[in-house]
Design a protein around this ligand. Structure first.
Ligand code: ADP
Ligand code: MG
Length: 381
């Protein structure tokens, strides 16, 4: 962090002279609650100690001048819809400006230099970190912080939808804006209410293992999962599976396909697992948290069928090493596992996972230790 901050300060001074205000926001993990958002269930994310940091200063023009340290590229753009830059990374920042303006907020020209250490495309949502860093900054600099935090998350989501071609839900931006050190946030995807729960796993590390594989998806398996859930909800006469329980599901078992049954079973059980994990955290019971993570993995793999060989292999290695909890994080078919690892076996587990994965698949997985940290914030005057 210190190093990143110094580097940004230096580049800003060289490029624009003087100094601006420093802002940061974070990537995120989701401890449990997968494929629940579109079923009106719960997700349980938190911001992490991997950040995007930007130094920004109003420039009195109607033009934004932005330098990306990591991509080593400078871009200028205006603030009208037709001024959209073509560079992918700059579109995130332009999109945030436009989404603020569309909501009646104020954005004036600014100069900015930014950098980050959220791994790109690893499932930690570097794009949400980038969006929420600038959304927070524009709110602070030009709008007297009058835009509420939930709207800031929606500004990030709108940016993905309207300027980056990504049709995402709200979780990533929500976590990145609302993230708080030592806390996970349970978001109810039906009511959009949220609640903080303490997450301070003394004696454990939270470790992401990125398989670096992404399987080609034929005939939109995600859409097919959604359709299964919708069909079962309809058969049960409820709006979403959030309002279903296993008794209700078993009562219609003979009317639905076996496949739909297992899809819905996963979703119903996952809702209960999130609630069970929240209870366990209030008691500091990380063993139960870990057990629920394994149950989620099993459900995603066997009932929802969105795992793949590589992720199941990483899950097996975790179990064999005595890791407390491990599961797929994200949509599936590749990407990461999230692992709750006792400190004393951490190094041995990582070494074993890297070695055995490389032997089998020809490349090492990438490993990221993360700490639950603050989300969007200002870090200097
Ligand atoms: P992720 O899963 O990490 O969000 P995305 O593909 O959604 O992956 O977003 C990654 C994009 O966000 C990058 O291609 C880039 O345009 C932008 N981005 C993220 N981090 C940085 C950074 N440090 N510097 C410049 N652009 C970044
Ligand atoms: Mg993204």
């Amino acid at each position: 962090m210190e190093e990143m901050q110094e580097k940004i300060r230096k580049v800003f001074a060289e490029r624009f002279g003087g100094e601006g205000t420093l802002y940061a926001s974070a990537g995120r993990i989701n401890l449990i609650g997968e494929h629940t958002d579109y079923n009106g269930g719960f997700v349980f994310p938190g911001a992490i100690d991997k950040v995007i940091m930007a130094e920004i200063r109003s420039n009195g023009m109607q033009k934004c001048r932005v330098f990306s340290i990591d991509i080593n590229q400078y871009v200028e753009f205006g603030l009208r819809e037709e001024d959209a830059p073509k560079e992918g990374w700059a579109r995130y920042i332009f999109g945030v400006c436009r989404e603020v303006i569309k909501r009646g907020g104020t954005v004036e020209g600014f100069d900015a230099v930014f950098a980050g250490n959220v791994p790109l495309g690893a499932g930690l949502s570097s794009s949400a970190a980038l969006e929420s860093c600038f959304a927070f900054a524009l709110n602070d600099m030009f709008n007297g912080n009058s835009i509420d935090k939930f709207e800031l998350a929606k500004i990030g989501q709108g940016t993905e939808h309207n300027y980056c071609g990504v049709n995402c839900g709200i979780m990533d931006q929500f976590a990145s804006v609302f993230g708080k050190k030592g806390n996970l946030i349970r978001l109810d995807c039906r009511s959009l209410e949220h609640e903080y729960f303490p997450f301070d796993p003394d004696g454990y590390k939270l470790v992401l293992i990125d398989s670096v594989v992404k399987h080609e998806l034929k005939d939109s398996p995600y859409n097919r999962r959604r359709e299964s859930c919708e069909r079962v909800a309809k058969a049960l006469g409820v709006e979403t599976l959030r309002d279903a329980d296993m008794k209700m599901l078993d009562a219609v078992k003979s009317e639905i396909t076996a496949e739909d049954y297992f899809r819905a079973k996963y979703v119903i059980e996952e809702k209960d697992r999130v609630l069970a994990v929240c209870d366990a955290l209030l008691k500091g019971d990380y063993k139960t948290v870990g057990e629920k993570m394994y149950e989620t993995h099993r459900g995603l793999s066997k009932d929802y069928e969105v795992s793949c060989e590589e992720l199941d292999f990483l899950n097996d290695i975790a179990r064999e090493n005595g890791v407390t909890g491990s599961r797929i994080m994200g949509g599936g078919f590749g990407g990461c596992t999230i692992n709750l690892v006792p400190d004393e076996i951490h190094d041995r587990f990582i070494a074993d996972a890297k070695k055995r994965f490389a032997e089998k698949y020809g490349h090492e997985p990438k490993v990221y230790d993360v700490i639950i940290s603050d989300g969007a914030r200002r870090i200097s005057e």
